[in-house]
Ligand binder design. Structure first.
Ligand SMILES: Cc1cc2nc3c(=O)[nH]c(=O)nc-3n(C[C@H](O)[C@H](O)[C@H](O)COP(=O)(O)OP(=O)(O)OC[C@H]3O[C@@H](n4cnc5c(N)ncnc54)[C@H](O)[C@@H]3O)c2cc1C
Length: 304
């Protein structure tokens, strides 16, 4: 990785701050992994569009939301890591029972705005600890609903800073992924809801919150579900069957509470957590013949 300061000298002049060598582990739930060569926090879509338009095409760009499905490797991330700033956090309801949300808004904030507006259909978002942008990329979902079921359209910027509008179909949603071009940066989304009764909406959200805290290690340093559920199977059951519950590598552990979650008990490095995940994959393959696919996005290079 080149020294971040020398990359900054090559970057477009924009308002958003550049932070060379930023410890992006602090922006992830795992709290592990190496630095970004440069972290850029665009204050709004205008700044981001200008940045992308003027950025040399050879500089890699990596997006992070709140890092709830993200593992950073120890060698850090080359190029520019972007985390959307305050101007991407607005959530507003419109008269057509839709919610328009900036891509840096938390899913929880969207759920809360829906409750305040007396709109139902978005209660599941109460249980997902990520941003709208991360949810679009991951087709995040819980309790039988996912982004695919509620998205009207997404707005994005392409690698050259041009605005792109994507319908639900154009997002190419599948289980925990969107097939929309990988270089798109989502900046906004519009969700469809329906009129509902506030007490019922609130009760459902409370149910979801309670169910979460009793079944998932939500107060731990984790990345959520590590592996996708293979067709017709539950990843956690396969991991359990392979004897991996509680498996440890240093401070990295397969959660004893929900064994599709990996936990950093404090000092685990990004590479250690990834190696533990690979060990789980190998053991599951040996025990069941099934190859688990990572759901967690891993970014950056391994350390030395
Ligand atoms: C305790 C816990 C519980 C969880 N429960 C669930 C659950 O029930 N259901 C579920 O689906 N997920 C769950 N997750 C995973 C995670 O919350 C979701 O995948 C979430 O959508 C990720 O959002 P994020 O902002 O944290 O994205 P990040 O983890 O920061 O990034 C995830 C991916 O999205 C991309 N991305 C982020 N923002 C943008 C953007 N603006 N434009 C383009 N790409 C972007 C990143 O490049 C990366 O590839 C859980 C995680 C935790 C820690």
């Amino acid at each position: 990785m080149a020294h971040g300061a020398s990359l900054v000298a090559r970057l477009p002049r924009v308002r958003g701050p550049y932070q060379p060598g930023a410890a992006i582990k602090d922006l992830t739930w795992f709290r592990a992994g190496g630095p970004a060569e440069v972290l850029y926090i665009p204050p709004d879509a205008e700044d981001l569009a200008l940045f992308l338009k003027e950025l040399s095409p050879d500089v890699p760009v990596t997006l992070i939301g709140v890092g709830s499905n993200l593992l950073v490797r120890d060698g850090g991330v080359d190029g520019v890591v972007i985390r959307l700033g305050r101007g991407f956090m607005n959530v507003t309801a419109d008269p057509m029972n839709r919610l328009r949300a900036g891509a840096a808004a938390l899913d929880v904030a969207v759920a809360k705005a829906a409750l305040e507006a007396g709109l139902t259909g978005l209660e599941f978002m109460r249980g997902i600890p990520g941003t709208v942008g991360g949810g679009l990329r991951m087709n995040a979902g819980a309790y039988g609903r996912e982004f695919k079921d509620v998205l009207v359209e997404a707005l994005a910027l392409d690698r050259r800073g041009a605005r792109v509008r994507l319908t639900n179909t154009q997002m190419g949603f599948e289980y925990r992924r969107a097939n929309a071009p990988a270089d798109l940066i989502f900046v906004e989304a519009v969700f469809q809801a329906a009129p509902g009764e506030k007490p019922a909406i609130e009760a459902r959200m409370n149910e979801i919150t309670d169910a979460r805290s009793s079944t998932q290690p939500i107060k731990s340093r984790t990345g959520g579900s590590t592996f996708k559920n293979p067709p017709g199977e539950k990843a956690w059951q396969l991991i359990d069957r392979a004897g991996c519950r509680g498996l440890r590598r240093g401070d990295a552990e397969v959660s004893t509470m929900h064994c599709n979650f990996l936990i950093n008990h404090g000092k685990a490095s990004g590479d250690e957590i990834e190696a533990l995940g690979e060990e789980v994959r190998a053991k599951v393959k040996a025990a069941t013949g099934i190859e688990l696919e990572w759901e967690i996005k891993r970014i950056g290079k391994k350390g030395t």
